[in-house]
Design a protein around this ligand. Structure first.
Ligand code: CAA
Length: 263
C-alpha cells in the first residue's frame, strides 16, 4: 500500500459485531495484493478481540460485494517459483478457515470468482435482491483457485456446483437461495439490516456454544459417521464445563434472558 492510498479494508465495531468492509469500490472490490494482505489481518484481529462475537464481511460501493481477483494484474502469469513463494506466505482464505467466530458474508451486486470463493469461506451468506453470483474462471482460461471447486460442492452439492463451475453462468438471488448458496435474501435497501439481524441472532447465544457448534460442523463434515459423532461429543463436552451453561439453566428457571459472558 502506498502512503496516500485508502485502506483496502475498513473495520467498524457495533455491539458484539465486527463489520469488515472491502474498500476498493472503484474496482468492484476486486482482490489485489493490498486486499489480500489487509483482509486476513482484519479478520484475525476481529477473531482475537474478546468484545467481538460475530464478524460480517461486506463490500463498499453500490455495485459489488467483490468482482473476484483483480484481473488487471493477471496479464503476467506468475512463474512457478513466484507462485510457490506466494503460497508459502499462506493463502488469504486461510484466515477464514482459522476463524473461531462465525463469519457472515453480506452480499450485494456482483459476487464473482474470488468474491464468491470468499463468500463460500464464510459460515453464512446473506444476499441482497440484486446479486449476481458466479464462478466465471473457466471463461478466463483458469479454474476457481481460491477454494471454489472444493467449497461449492460441499455447500450446494456436486451437480449444482458443477453446473455453476463448468458453465461459469451467474445466478440471481432467488436461484442462489433455492440452491442453498445463500441462506437469506434481503429486499432492496435492507441488506445491512438483514445481515445485522442474522449477526444478532447468532451473537445472543453462548459464545463457547457458538464456537463449539461451528467446530463440530466444520470438523465433522469430512469424517465418517462414528468419527463425526465422537468429534461432536468432544465439542459438546467442552460446553458442559462452562458457566454460561449453568447461567442458561438458572435464567430458564428464573424466567429471564441469560446473560452470557463466554466463560
Ligand atoms: N478486477 C479488476 N477490475 C475490475 C474487476 C476485476 N475482477 N471487475 C470489475 N473491475 C473494474 C473494471 O475494470 C472497471 O474499472 P474502470 O472503470 O477503471 O475500467 C470497473 O470495475 C467497473 O467495471 P465494468 O466497467 O466492467 O462494469 P460492467 O457493469 O460493465 O461489468 C462486471 C461488471 C460484470 C463485474 C465486469 O466488470 C466483469 O466481468 N468483471 C470481471 C469479473 C470476473 O471475471 N471475476 C473473476 C476474476 S478471476 C478470479 O477471481 C479467480 C481467483 O480468485 C482465483
Amino acid at each position: 500500500m502506498t502512503a496516500h492510498a485508502e485502506p483496502a479494508v475498513l473495520v467498524a465495531h457495533a455491539n458484539a459485531v465486527a463489520w469488515i468492509t472491502l474498500n476498493r469500490p472503484q474496482a468492484m472490490n476486486a482482490i489485489n495484493d493490498d486486499l489480500r494482505a489487509q483482509l486476513p489481518a482484519a479478520l484475525r484481529a476481529a477473531d482475537a478481540d474478546p468484545a467481538v462475537r460475530v464478524i460480517v464481511i461486506s463490500g463498499a460501493g453500490e455495485r459489488a460485494f467483490c468482482a473476484g481477483a483483480d484481473i488487471k494484474g493477471f496479464a503476467e502469469a506468475p512463474s512457478p517459483a513466484q507462485f510457490r513463494q506466494k503460497r508459502l506466505q499462506g493463502h488469504w482464505t486461510e484466515a477464514f478457515d482459522d476463524a473461531k467466530k462465525p463469519v457472515i458474508a453480506s452480499i450485494h451486486g456482483y459476487c464473482l470468482g474470488g468474491g464468491l470463493e470468499m463468500a463460500l469461506a464464510c459460515d453464512l451468506r446473506v444476499a441482497g435482491e440484486g446479486v449476481e453470483m458466479g464462478l466465471p474462471e473457466v471463461g478466463l482460461g483458469i479454474i476457481p483457485g481460491a477454494g471454489g471447486t472444493v467449497r461449492l460442492p460441499r455447500a450446494i452439492g456436486m451437480s449444482r456446483a458443477k453446473d455453476l463451475i463448468l458453465t461459469g453462468r451467474r445466478v440471481g438471488a432467488a436461484e442462489a437461495h433455492a440452491m442453498g448458496l445463500v441462506s437469506r435474501v434481503a429486499p432492496a435497501g435492507a441488506l445491512r439490516e438483514a445481515a445485522l439481524e442474522v449477526a444478532g441472532l447468532v451473537a445472543r447465544n453462548a459464545p463457547v456454544s457458538i464456537r463449539q457448534a461451528k467446530r463440530a460442523v466444520d470438523g465433522g463434515l469430512h469424517l465418517d459417521l462414528d468419527q463425526a459423532l465422537a468429534h461432536e461429543n468432544a465439542m459438546y463436552q467442552d460446553c458442559l464445563k462452562t458457566r454460561d451453561r449453568v447461567e442458561a439453566l438458572r435464567a430458564f428457571a428464573e424466567k429471564r434472558k441469560p446473560i452470557f459472558t463466554g466463560e
